[in-house]
Write a protein that binds this ligand. Structure first.
Ligand code: ZN
Length: 241
């Protein structure tokens, strides 16, 4: 095999190996993302429960303020009732007293109703808080469990990039850009082996001329159908850089 094809085979194998880590990294990331998503949803639930409780507390405060005013008014009515004389005045005060008392009981009922809501929302909140703590723990565990795996991948990738740099530096820039052009559309199958006179990129049989050129191994041969760089695998020849 000529040196150019040999270089391309080595480089394409490094690139293929580098890309082989992508699904592993994606699997790790999606594991973390799934737990993170669960945690975000729980946090959002907690926030909306807190908002609901706060708004109900504000309503209760407003009702309590009204109750205080109503009580003052009832005190005032009592004082007036002691001094009024006419039938009309007595009747009007009695109506006022009646309305104030109605309002008072309405406000008390509302406070009771809102407190009931708060109580049930607080129970929900406590449950959510527990789930948040468990999920945070789960997230930490997942992060810890993938840490070693992630480090190992990063380490392998780093050494592969180093190997790639060395390989690229030793190569003819024209050959390199030729390879990169094919890689744009062929990805990791830019350089493929030929077996049984068939291209392992497009799986079509190559003509006799291309095949005999390939066997001669004097120059780079591309597939007449798809344009990928072809090589014939010989044990020991292509695996060493
Ligand atoms: Zn082909």
């Amino acid at each position: 095999m000529n040196i150019y094809t040999k270089d391309l085979v080595v480089l394409s194998k490094i690139d293929k190996e580098l890309d082989s880590y992508t699904p592993q990294i994606e699997a790790i990331n999606s594991k973390i993302e799934a737990v993170q998503k669960k945690l975000n949803e729980l946090n959002a639930k907690r926030d909306s429960l807190n908002e609901l409780i706060d708004s109900n507390r504000a309503k209760i405060n407003a009702f309590e303020l009204q109750i205080k005013e109503l009580k003052d008014k009832l005190e005032e009515i009592k004082k007036k009732q002691k001094i009024v004389k006419t039938e009309k005045e007595i009747s009007s005060l009695s109506t006022e007293e009646h309305i104030a008392k109605d309002s008072l009981s309405y406000n008390n009922e509302e406070i009771e109703r809102l407190n009931g809501i708060i109580e049930s929302k607080e129970a929900e909140l406590a449950d959510i808080q527990e789930q948040i703590e468990a999920t945070q723990k789960e997230l930490e565990e997942v992060q810890k469990s993938v840490e070693d795996e992630y480090k190992a991948i990063e380490e392998s990738k780093r050494s592969l990039y180093q190997k790639r740099d060395e390989q690229v530096r030793s190569m003819d820039p024209k050959i390199l850009s030729f390879y990169e052009e094919i890689r744009k559309w062929a990805g990791n199958t830019a350089v493929v082996k030929v077996e049984n006179q068939a291209c392992y990129g497009c799986y079509m049989k190559i003509n006799d001329k291309a095949y005999s050129d390939l066997i001669k191994g004097e120059e780079i041969v591309t597939c007449p159908h798809c344009g990928r760089v072809l090589y014939i695998e010989v044990d020991g020849e292509t695996t060493e850089a």
